[in-house]
Design a protein around this ligand. Structure first.
Ligand SMILES: Cc1cc2nc3c(=O)[nH]c(=O)nc-3n(C[C@H](O)[C@H](O)[C@H](O)COP(=O)(O)OP(=O)(O)OC[C@H]3O[C@@H](n4cnc5c(N)ncnc54)[C@H](O)[C@@H]3O)c2cc1C
Length: 327
């Protein structure tokens, strides 16, 4: 590694810093406990007021870049701006969330910096004097461990895998504004329309209630939404349910959808095809509700309920409501 400084690229969504950014700060600490951690936040306005939050989660200094061309993410604007920070600060490592933006930005940045990239990291350890990064391969069926032996290191961390540091408002850090010259953009984003449901972001949710073809209709998703809301979670779906038009593709979990790692995943009427498992098999606790006792989903479930989801879900909902009243 070139230097002990580590840059964490922050992500802002709907005027707030995404949780995975705080996890990326924790990842930076795991790479080197005593490293100087520098955060970078880009946007068109009100970025500076968010900077202190990065400090509260463990960053020592925040570089704020405000530019009219950064209203929405485009690699054309964000990559050269962040490249400037990497070069000016002479950092040895760069860490970011493995999000849609992280997946687009980091390979381009790595290429411009002639650096390596370890993507989708789920664990960071120190073994034999090396920093070892673990990442899933073959759709989550196996894990590989990687080390970087020389040069600049870039890594993206999968949301919900590394625990963010406790927020501490007494942490102090400098916030500096950086003016950057950006090229004329060939792509201008006028508006970002989110199709996903309101509330908690699926890829960062601690609880996911997912429905498959067994849910049978759009209306069949109502009890799933109810349970998700009670548990403070988000609703997801199999591709089977999306293909059948029971829900939007933005909810799809799996190999060609989102990858989630919640604390609790409740699969309702999902058979457990390998392509679905690729997106959720690393969830901490998996509960499956399926009327077919032979369904593959039971092979990876921690708790299995063999039954009709339309009978089981109302019982679960009542049970959770009861527990909430008692609590
Ligand atoms: C290249 C490729 C990429 C793919 N990517 C993805 C992906 O990203 N994500 C994904 O999910 N799939 C993906 N698939 C599709 C995948 O192979 C499966 O077809 C899909 O996951 C099946 O969805 P399902 O489990 O909802 O439906 P099904 O396999 O039809 O299963 C429905 C289940 O519901 C149960 N059921 C029915 N009624 C009830 C009831 N009343 N109560 C309880 N249980 C009930 C049934 O017993 C059954 O197990 C991909 C496929 C390919 C080829």
């Amino acid at each position: 590694m070139m230097s002990d400084k580590i840059l964490v690229i922050g992500e802002i969504r709907d005027g707030a810093i995404r949780n995975v950014t705080f996890e990326a700060i924790a990842a930076a600490k795991k790479i080197k406990e005593d490293a100087e951690i520098i955060g970078v936040l880009c946007g068109s306005e009100k970025v500076e007021e968010l900077a202190q939050e990065l400090v509260h989660y463990g960053v020592h200094k925040v570089v704020v870049i405000e530019n009219d061309k950064m209203k929405a993410y485009t690699s054309e604007a964000f990559v050269p701006a962040i490249e400037e920070v990497v070069r000016a600060e002479e950092v040895g490592s760069v860490v970011m969330g493995h999000t849609a933006i992280g997946k687009d930005l980091t390979p381009k940045l790595a290429s411009r910096l002639d650096a390596g990239l370890i993507s989708d990291v789920v664990e960071i350890d120190h073994i034999g004097g090396n920093v070892v990064f673990t990442r899933p391969i073959y759709s989550g069926k196996a894990f590989e461990r990687k080390i970087v032996t020389e040069g600049l290191l870039l890594a993206t961390v999968r949301p919900n895998n590394l625990k963010a540091l406790e927020k501490d408002t007494s942490r102090q850090g400098a916030v500096i504004k950086l003016e950057v010259e950006l090229p004329d953009l060939r792509t201008i984003i006028k508006d970002v329309i989110r199709k996903s449901t309101e509330g908690i972001d699926l890829s960062e949710a601690k609880v996911v209630v997912a429905g498959g073809r067994g849910v049978k209709s759009k209306d069949g998703f109502a009890p799933l939404y109810q349970l998700a809301q009670l548990l403070g979670g988000a609703v997801g779906a199999s591709r089977g349910a999306c293909d059948a038009d029971y829900c939007d593709y933005s909810l799809q979990i799996g190999q060609t959808g989102k990858v989630v790692t919640p604390d609790l995943y409740i699969a309702c009427g999902i058979s457990g095809a390998i392509q679905h498992l690729a997106g959720m098999s690393n969830s901490k606790v998996i509960v499956a509700i399926n009327k077919d006792p032979e369904a593959n989903i039971f092979n990876i479930a921690d708790y299995g309920i063999v039954g009709d989801l339309f009978e089981v879900l109302p019982l679960l909902i009542e049970e959770v409501k009861q527990l909430k009243v008692e609590a």
